[in-house]
Design a protein. Structure first.
Length: 380
């Protein structure tokens, strides 16, 4: 099922359809044969990630002048969804890359954008986001793990972050650090002196996403790598928040697509008895259609800097809840076959759980929604 896209120009619509067709073909060719190894052996599909960059899989969050294609945030959500139809873990890695590109697209500082954005958009440099701790800290959920000291030419950063994904020896990522007077947000990388990537405990899923704990030991960050100085931080974090959250819906949407496909397949042989289950495919599809339309509207608004943060949080929560419902329904429709370790349904259940717990997690979303509704501050 195609998502009706709200861009008025036919040329842009055709460009998007061409891009999505290319992504689907690449995912089927390069990703589908190794999806079990990604899920169960923790294989990181680096070749696919780079090939995806070559065909424009990250370029929608940058303008043509920046090295992107200018199709916008909704187009990028759909690109992530296309990958998620095959593999939810790799869709998450694609989200990491797209999120970092989004930060660079929105930065008010020309130096850092010029240094990194085009290469990230085109997949020449792979990138993570490193913002989970920041987002939770700003919501009042946990303390801030990184501390920066302003020194000549930039900042000196220390601290440890437990979970940062889509990393490698040549990857870059974004972080924030607390500094006197507020926070600074910046780009750094694994090759920087004082940065250490440490393995994390084994996950039940998403192992093939190159997730590490990061240690910063007197890491120097020059002003040229700063996305937002302390005096810019408040306005900047508001400018990126809706896009950061909406892009995650692409992960969930792809997983939901995969679950609906499994339900449909299960109903071929067991449709009569499956009729007695809750969450039938027609009901799930109707909820999905509503979610996709809402996401497209918000994605277009966020691209213009006009998305309601309350509606964004509500829609992201709806995506997580629908993802869980679709995955459970797919497992029940498949029956015993869906309990086999090699079953796509079994993988989808674990992927869906990740959508519900990745920052902002379901409980985080509900807290922020309640806080906004209580304060009456419904816009960004």
């Amino acid at each position: 099922m195609a998502l009706q896209h709200s861009h008025p120009k036919k040329g842009r619509f055709m460009a998007l359809q061409t891009l999505l067709t290319q992504i689907a073909a690449l995912a089927q060719k390069e990703l589908a044969p190794i999806v079990q190894d990604i899920d169960r052996k923790g294989v990181y599909p680096e070749q696919f990630m780079r090939e995806l960059g070559k065909i424009g899989g990250y370029q929608s969050v940058g303008t043509v002048e920046e090295g992107g294609n200018g199709l916008g945030l909704t187009a990028q959500i759909l690109a992530i969804r296309e990958v998620g139809k095959i593999c939810g873990a790799t869709a998450f890695s694609v989200w990491c890359q797209a999120a970092c590109a989004w930060y660079l697209h929105k930065t008010p500082n020309a130096a850092v954008k010029t240094r990194y954005l085009a290469d990230v958009l085109q997949g020449k440099v792979l990138a993570g986001t490193g913002m989970s701790n920041t987002v939770k800290h700003l919501a009042g959920i946990e303390g801030h793990n990184l501390r920066a000291e302003k020194i000549e030419g930039g900042y000196r950063v220390n601290g440890v972050l437990p979970w940062v994904s889509n990393l490698g020896d040549t990857h870059i990522w974004a972080n924030t650090a607390a500094v006197d007077g507020g926070y600074v947000m910046f780009i750094t990388g694994a090759q920087r002196e004082g940065v250490t990537l440490n393995p994390c405990p084994e996950f039940c899923a998403l192992e093939g996403t190159r997730t590490f704990a990061l240690k910063f030991d007197n890491v120097f960050v020059p002003h040229e790598d700063v996305l937002a100085e302390p005096e810019q931080f408040s306005a900047y974090i508001q400018s990126i928040k809706a896009g950061f959250i909406l892009l995650q819906i692409g992960i969930g949407a792809g997983i939901i697509d995969g679950c609906l496909k499994e339900i449909e397949a299960a109903n071929v042989g067991c449709g009569e008895v499956n009729f007695y289950l809750d969450d039938q495919i027609d009901d799930l599809q109707a909820r999905f259609d509503t979610l996709l339309q809402k996401t497209a509207k918000l994605g277009d608004a966020a691209w213009q800097g006009e998305a309601s943060i309350l509606e964004t949080l509500q829609t992201r929560l709806a995506a997580a809840e629908l993802c869980l419902a679709a995955a459970q329904s797919a497992a029940l429709h498949a029956g015993a076959k869906g309990y086999l370790l090699r079953s796509p349904v079994q993988r989808r259940v674990r992927e869906a759980m990740f959508v519900a717990i990745v920052t902002p997690a379901t409980k985080h979303l509900r807290k922020e929604i309640a806080d906004l509704e209580f304060s009456g501050e419904f816009s960004i």
